[in-house]
Design a protein around this ligand. Structure first.
Ligand code: CA
Length: 237
């Protein structure tokens, strides 16, 4: 064990059927302070990657039982950990790129172990940033002068707090969390009001008007919520 100063060690799963390569990868990664698990069968590798929490996976393409293509596809359906795919054949790498299976990186064997370690570190750092930003994004939405605290259900416009009704708040938050996406009034109604509620899509228009009065300098020239004529509304990023 290497002392990492209290920081949790990243866990890496290597799925590789050539022992010499798997051992080399493990040795270099362990020397760099990672915790490494290895599987040589595709079936075991797939099972463990789905059932356990790894921070990154190094996945060989040609494997007994279940190949790397299939493992990558199945893991991607459920998990977003970085996957680095390795293959002895350059052609195969080109093929998997083309398939868009969702691997984050590709390496052709033989590669230098230090190159592998560098890529692992880069992907883990990127993944950590991604996870941290989405955690923060769960609480606070900030776009230009608008700040929405979803937990406290409070909204500030250029530093000044404004009050919103429940539905106004839900509608504004939904639009601000999906900027640049055009939603029809029907979609917004379905999203914010449950189907049992009284009212119709005109309710959406009324609420947009009220929100604009609070967030826009001039309701007639909205800077945030645009009307897309004949379609619906869009929150400008
Ligand atoms: Ca292989």
């Amino acid at each position: 064990m290497i002392d990492t100063g209290g920081k949790r060690m990243s866990r890496i799963l290597i799925v590789e059927d050539e022992d010499a390569i798997a051992d080399l990868e493990r040795d270099y990664l362990e020397l760099s302070g990672f915790e490494v698990e290895m599987e040589s069968s595709g079936e075991r590798g797939l099972k463990r990657s789905l059932e356990e929490d790894f921070d990154l996976m190094i996945l060989d393409l040609m494997l007994p039982e279940i190949d790397g293509f299939e493992i990558c596809r199945q893991v991607r359906e459920k998990k977003n950990l970085p996957i680095i795919m390795v293959s002895a054949k350059k052609d195969d790498i080109d093929k998997i790129r083309g398939l868009g299976l969702g691997a984050d990186d590709y390496m052709t064997k033989p590669f230098s172990p230090s190159e592998l370690v560098a890529r692992v570190k880069a992907h883990l750092a990127r993944y950590e940033r991604l996870v941290n930003s989405s955690v923060q994004g769960n609480d606070i939405v900030e776009i230009r002068g608008i700040k929405i605290d979803k937990t406290a259900r409070r909204v500030w416009i250029n530093g000044e707090e404004k009050s919103f009704t429940t539905k106004e708040f839900d509608l504004l938050t939904f639009l601000a969390q999906n900027p640049n996406h055009v939603f029809t009034k029907e979609e917004l109604f379905r999203e914010i009001w449950d189907m049992e509620s009284i009212g119709d899509i005109a309710t959406v228009t009324v609420h947009i008007k009220k929100i604009r009065e609070k967030i826009e300098k001039q309701s007639s020239k909205p800077e945030y919520i645009e009307t897309i004529w004949g379609v619906g509304y869009r929150f400008k990023r």
